[in-house]
Design a protein around this ligand. Structure first.
Ligand SMILES: Cc1cc2nc3c(=O)[nH]c(=O)nc-3n(C[C@H](O)[C@H](O)[C@H](O)COP(=O)(O)OP(=O)(O)OC[C@H]3O[C@@H](n4cnc5c(N)ncnc54)[C@H](O)[C@@H]3O)c2cc1C
Ligand code: SF4
Length: 781
């Protein structure tokens, strides 16, 4: 057997090899308590390559190897391996050394060293935009167009401060060859400029699943993509990264029925309603770009199984019960999705199969991307072919088009302050933030302050409410006491039909395909129900959990508890290792700092316990796809009473003051509708319906929301809300006087639950505000 070696190359950002760099290899030993050197230090050759021959005879474990690079001239600005693995800077006896994390592939190590200093934001900007989701991106693009037109020297600039990093697909080329997309590609731009970024979790198996968990802010608090906040009995999931929620959302781009928006006028006294918001919905739909994707292939005529089964059930329910809204779209149940598909009209050839050349020609002639949906069923985990219309693409498009936008990732805003004495040059706000780009994950960050003439707060419902709360508490802004009010989960509610009569092929196709809007007994719109797919990498874990729930159906344990409690009581208690339980309890309780090293074992343990509890030999022999092929997840979204009140809780973090009340009748209406679905689709009729987070006991009810709304609600005056209908922030506790040039533009201003997914409504509101901030001609369309 040949002796294993550790090989790789070291280059700079322009891919120029770096000779003469000193590199050493070490290995963690004995539960990571000791480290041992594997070989004497080596130098890189003239082509930047190195080979280390480990001489350790005692238990060499290549999965525990890390590298150390010496920096005798102290010139490196950063060092990274591959895309994710940043080296930590250590100062040892005055010498600077860079230490990597565990290297994944010890025979193909690709190290990039940057000599380029970090771009530091200017002290002053015309505008600072906080957050880069739907609200932040739309406003930034509009302001950029306005400043560009007024100041071709590009000195009038916008600074976007975003707490997360950039995210791209590993399939995106890191050179401009072989792509007709923007040149350089986003990935090439990020790599060349040493901008913090990472790759969507892959492959679609347990390894990928672990990456998904490791990409949560619970495990990776600075750079993680998914943010789970346990707000009393509500689990809120949002995204953190350049592009905000668009990075992980399930692409549904829907308008709420007019009645929802009209209530904003009639009940809340706002000066907007469905009629005057309609043009902005039109603009938003065009900007995001929507398609309906419910067939098995781009040009296929066959419906995806999941969509077909869901839509057939709705039609039957409608025939029998007549409570589905069908006037506008005549039971058109295909959801509008922000995904690119190949339009059938372009390739309506005899055999209906476009060649790769056809697709390329289509992309070039129409100037559209050639990334089209491959039905991989993993939209919320990041689209490998890049078919989803995420906002990072829009922002990169503007940057590569020399628009005056500076995006600073890993820059988390803490407060905004109105500077009263500094009105002469009109830089009247100071924004304090933590720059985590050089952090090595120690969470401290470098505190920086930027002054700005205009500040747009677009950090999402939880982020913006938290920043305003903190700024109010510290006396930096005089915000209305209504801050934190009208918080809503958007009536989100999960259900699962397990088992279904027919195969629904849950892991294939966009994660959502269809939507049905339901009326209450008075004939008014009340809620929607949608299908949700199960990504392949989650299939084994999810199948175990839902099979376990199904096996407990009918018992008191099932009806009096929600999934979180059941998980605690019946699964965690069976895990015999005390530390595993500690880690998982912590995870269920909210953000924590469990290291990602322990994660692999923990997830495997849960999977094994679930499998032992639930699966017989036949089931165990099934592929992941087969295990979920008869499970249909349903997602209800209701017009509830937005009864939540967000406050600054422990550690100055956002929390609910009291449990969210799930007492509004709409929740039972959603459950009744899900029962109708189960009757049509379930193998055991209604008995097949599982409500994983629901309980018969009020205090045990919980929900996950992907759509938190409110907290800085629009209102007619400061005694009822935080901003006016144009996002302008009220000053004080009553009346309508406003802070000049201070706006909130995101989900936090939405004053009611919507009954449909909110991104299009947030975008429509952002376009309306953008028109005022930047002028009609500068609104991106
Ligand atoms: C898994 C999932 C699936 C979803 N599917 C859909 C769907 O199909 N259709 C739909 O309409 N909606 C969907 N949503 C909801 C949708 O993503 C959000 O409603 C939408 O993104 C909210 O837009 P926003 O502009 O309010 O803020 P966001 O898009 O949340 O953007 C806010 C940004 O601000 C950043 N930020 C937060 N705090 C700070 C700070 N202190 N400093 C700097 N930056 C900060 C965040 O990192 C984030 O990038 C989904 C959400 C999730 C989590
Ligand atoms: S189904 Fe797959 S290919 Fe299609 S948009 Fe979703 S992630 Fe991308």
């Amino acid at each position: 057997m040949s002796q294993p070696s550790i090989r790789g190359k070291i280059q700079d950002l322009d891919k120029k090899p770096l000779p003469g760099i000193i590199i050493e290899a070490y290995q963690h030993l004995f539960f990571n308590i000791f480290d041992i050197s594997l070989a004497p230090a080596v130098f890189t050759d003239k082509d930047g390559t190195f080979t280390i021959h480990p001489n350790m005879k005692l238990g060499l474990d290549m999965k525990k190897v890390y590298l150390v690079i010496s920096d005798p001239n102290k010139k490196f600005v950063s060092v990274r391996e591959g895309d994710d693995n940043k080296f930590d800077k250590n100062i040892d006896n005055g010498n600077i050394k860079w230490k990597s994390g565990i290297v994944e592939n010890t025979d193909d190590i690709d190290i990039t060293v940057s000599f380029r200093p970090l771009q530091v934001p200017d002290d002053k900007y015309e505008s600072v935009v906080i957050g880069s989701g739907f609200g932040g991106t739309i406003i930034s693009l509009a302001l950029a167009k306005k400043y560009n037109a007024a100041d071709p020297t590009k000195k009038t600039r916008i600074c976007i401060l975003e707490r997360g990093q950039w995210w791209v697909s590993h399939k995106m080329p890191s050179t401009s060859h072989d792509t007709i997309d923007l040149k350089p590609t986003i990935r090439e731009y990020l790599e060349k400029n040493d901008i913090p970024h990472s790759l969507w979790a892959h492959p679609d198996d347990l390894k990928g699943l672990i990456k998904v968990f490791a990409n949560t802010r619970a495990f990776n608090p600075i750079k993680g993509l998914y943010d789970h906040k346990a707000l009393k009995n509500v689990h809120a999931i949002t995204a953190s990264g350049v592009g905000g929620g668009s990075l992980v959302y399930f692409n549904i781009t829907e308008r709420p029925p007019d009645s929802v928006l009209d209530r904003w006028g009639s009940e809340l006294g706002l000066d907007i309603n469905s009629t005057n918001l309609k043009p902005y919905y039109d603009i938003a739909e065009k900007f995001i770009g929507v398609n309906t994707i419910t067939t098995t292939a781009g040009l296929g005529k066959f419906k995806l199984r999941r969509g077909q089964v869901f839509q057939d059930a709705v039609k039957t329910i409608n025939d029998k019960v007549h409570n589905v809204i069908d006037t506008n779209r005549i039971l058109d149940l295909d959801a509008r999705l922000s995904i690119t598909d190949i339009p059938t009209s372009v390739f309506d050839t005899a055999n209906n199969h476009p060649t790769t050349d056809d697709i390329e020609k289509y992309a070039v002639t129409t100037n559209k991307q050639n990334n089209v949906c491959q039905r991989q069923g993993r939209c919320g985990l990041g689209c490998i072919p890049g078919a989803r219309h995420t906002l990072n693409k829009q922002l990169y498009g503007a940057i590569s088009n020399s628009q005056p936008i500076d995006v600073f990732p890993l820059s988390e805003v803490v407060t905004i302050e109105k500077i009263d004495g500094d009105e002469k040059d009109d830089y009247k706000y100071s924004v304090t933030f933590k720059d985590h780009r050089e952090d090595n994950n120690n969470e401290k960050g470098i505190e920086r302050i930027i002054k700005a003439r205009t500040v747009v707060l677009a950090a999402g419902t939880l982020g913006s409410t938290e920043i305003l709360w903190r700024s109010k508490k510290q006396g930096k802004l005089d915000i209305s006491d209504a801050v934190g009010t009208r918080f809503s989960t958007n009536g989100d509610m999960f259900g699962v039909i397990n088992p279904t009569k027919d195969n629904v092929d849950a892991s294939r196709g966009p994660m959502q395909t269809s939507i049905a809007k339901f009326k209450d007994n008075q004939g008014n719109f009340a809620f929607s129900v949608e299908d949700i797919g199960i990504p392949k990498m989650f299939a084994e874990l999810v199948a175990g959990m839902f099979d376990f729930l199904a096996s407990k159906k009918g018992t008191a344990l099932f009806s009096n508890n929600n999934l979180v409690d059941l998980f605690r009581e019946t699964i965690l208690n069976r895990l015999n290792d005390r530390s595993t339980m500690d880690h998982l309890f912590k995870l269920l309780e909210g953000p924590n700092l469990v290291s990602s090293d322990v994660l692999v074992n923990k997830i495997n343990e849960i999977k094994n316990v679930l499998e032992k509890l639930t699966l017989d030999d036949k089931r165990r022999a099934q592929s992941p796809e087969e295990r979920v092929s008869n499970m249909l997840m349903l997602f209800g979204i209701g017009t509830d009473d937005q009864n939540g009140h967000l406050i600054l809780g422990n550690n100055n973090q956002i929390d609910l003051e009291n449990d969210y009340k799930f007492t509004h009748p709409v929740f039972n209406q959603i459950i009744d509708a899900m029962k109708l679905f189960a009757k049509e689709i379930g193998a055991n009729a209604e008995q097949s319906l599982l409500l994983p987070l629901w309980s018969n006991i009020e205090k045990n009810k919980q929900q996950i929301t992907a759509h938190p709304l409110g907290g800085c609600p629009m209102s007619a005056n400061a005694s009822r809300g935080v901003v006016n209908s144009l996002g302008g922030v009220y000053k004080g506790n009553s009346g309508t006087s406003q802070y000049p040039d201070l706006f909130v533009v995101d989900g936090s201003i939405v004053p009611s639950s919507l009954g449909v997914n909110p991104s299009l409504t947030i975008s429509a509101l952002a376009f309306r505000i953008a028109e005022v901030l930047a002028g009609t001609d500068n609104v991106p369309k």
